[in-house]
Design a protein around this ligand. Sequence first.
Ligand SMILES: Cc1cc2nc3c(=O)[nH]c(=O)nc-3n(C[C@H](O)[C@H](O)[C@H](O)COP(=O)(O)OP(=O)(O)OC[C@H]3O[C@@H](n4cnc5c(N)ncnc54)[C@H](O)[C@@H]3O)c2cc1C
Length: 283
Amino acid sequence: MDVAIVGKGPAGWSCAMTARMRGLSTVIIAPKDDASMLRKAERVDNYPGLPQVGGEKMLDIFRQQALSLGVEEQFGLVRNIMPTGEGFMLLVENEVIEARTVVLCMGAGKPVLLPGEEELVGRGVSYCATCDGMFYRGKRVAMISSTEQGAEETQFLGSVVGQLDYYIGKNHRTDGLSQKAQVIGEKVKALAPDENGIRLTTDQGERVYDGVFIYRSAVALDMLLPDLKVEGGAIVTDRTMATSIPGVFAAGDCTGKPLQIPKAVGEGNIAALSAAEYLTKLG
Ligand SMILES: Cc1cc2nc3c(=O)[nH]c(=O)nc-3n(C[C@H](O)[C@H](O)[C@H](O)COP(=O)(O)OP(=O)(O)OC[C@H]3O[C@@H](n4cnc5c(N)ncnc54)[C@H](O)[C@@H]3O)c2cc1C
């Protein structure tokens, strides 16, 4: 792929359309229940050409237009982006997508990690049930989930583990929940190592598990792309939307205020043109 775009909000779709107009092979990636801020807008009045339109409808119009131009769509949370020298490898759940340039259009949503979480990643805490579920055959497992995808992943986990407690974070659809999963409505406060596994503390008490799986709709920037320059929570770019990493561009709410649709769309357009210029120079 010439361009991989992370995020399916106005910035991502706009970037995808311009990238295709420049003849670049383009993939756009976000989870199935993508978390674009625009979904929450009941009515938008400041976008030229689409008066009084609802946010969901607007996203659907953007998507149809981009797909008709040949944009490829992928589903999943991008968990990590690794520079390879010739481009980038994006880890999307348990799959790898390769691209020569990346445009970050992830919006302003930032995950708040649990106290103790970062230190336990790879030592009992995982973000991918498909990748790591088999390590917990017959064992006690907790899933802390704010996404529909977390609920779906319990189908596989439930068939492997001995006990599966499902802690519901942000409200989401749970139709896909395994019968094995026991829903626990307590608020998770912290994780810590314990001689018998991982101690999970909630607002009502403590439990110990062998493994903990966490599903959220966003990834912390320092986990996604460790060397990316960030100031005040916003990705630093120049006027061409280039970030501190050559070949990586950013657009929309993730680059900072104003958090507005027309600004996101404009930046997405510039990022695509800059990615095209970067690829032309690479030859
Ligand atoms: C209630 C409400 C009303 C609003 N009304 C207006 C309005 O009237 N006019 C206006 O101009 N603006 C309005 N806004 C603001 C507008 O919605 C945002 O400015 C706009 O959606 C930003 O677009 P974006 O593409 O940068 O990010 P978003 O639209 O937030 O999209 C981010 C995308 O990135 C995805 N993502 C995040 N992390 C990852 C990852 N690691 N891997 C893969 N995908 C990822 C998300 O799932 C999502 O698809 C409103 C916002 C809200 C909340």
